[in-house]
Design a binder for this molecule. Sequence first.
Ligand code: ADP
Ligand code: MG
Ligand code: MG
Length: 256
Amino acid sequence: MSTLEIRDLKVSVKLPEGELKPILAGVDLTVRSGETHAIMGPNGSGKSTLAYSIAGHPKYEITGGSVTLDGSDVLAMSVDERARAGLFLAMQYPVEVPGVSVANFLRTAKTAIDGEAPKLRTWGGELRGAMEKLQMDPAFAQRNVNEGFSGGEKKRHEIVQLELLKPKIAILDETDSGLDVDALRVVSEGVNRVRDTGDTGLLLITHYTRILRYIKPDFVHVFVAGRIVEQGGPELADKLEAEGYERYAAGAGSAR
Ligand code: ADP
Ligand code: MG
Ligand code: MG
């Protein structure tokens, strides 16, 4: 049982001129293994900023609050240490890793996180099995990470990572964006398999309610102008689908 605790988190983005632009205005959120949380909000509300801040992206400066995983200070950890501690982030825009094959990348990541190399005897089968479940051609293992991948292939590759790395807490930023209906179903089934293990806490970040028809969240948090403005159960997602985010804009003092 693991717990990610975000307390009064305030974050600014570092602008090129060195100025700080405040984005997160005090976020409180607790995610436990076995729970599925959805963060929903309009574009530009700071959802990706929250994900990047937890992952340790250097472009973001933490100006207040705390993030802990089972009591350990996540914000004091390097990016590698965060991954080893059991945090996983699937980016809204996955990066290319030229010259590194999918097979090597996954094996290296698995080794770093487990502290020892996976057993050769079983690893090949595990990798093939994970790719098969995501309906990825086995030839994909020899391609360079994300190089020339379609949007859907990038997302499938992320879920392969998620299934193989078995993180304590996984943050999936707009995993549904750019997926056609078939890919969305395959990707959602993968997320649900991870969810059903009960060992991973999931934080699904999304603009649209579409993915939540496939992955049922236990909790829904509405995110507007850098803070959570409403929380509820799955029924809140249905309400957002019907009403949109308009009614939050005035109260949050922002028309973004
Ligand atoms: P979301 O994921 O909810 O769409 P983001 O976290 O990507 O929101 O962005 C939140 C706000 O921060 C937006 O207003 C965006 O323009 C701003 N922002 C993010 N990165 C930068 C940057 N590098 N320079 C300037 N503004 C940025
Ligand atoms: Mg956005
Ligand atoms: Mg975003």
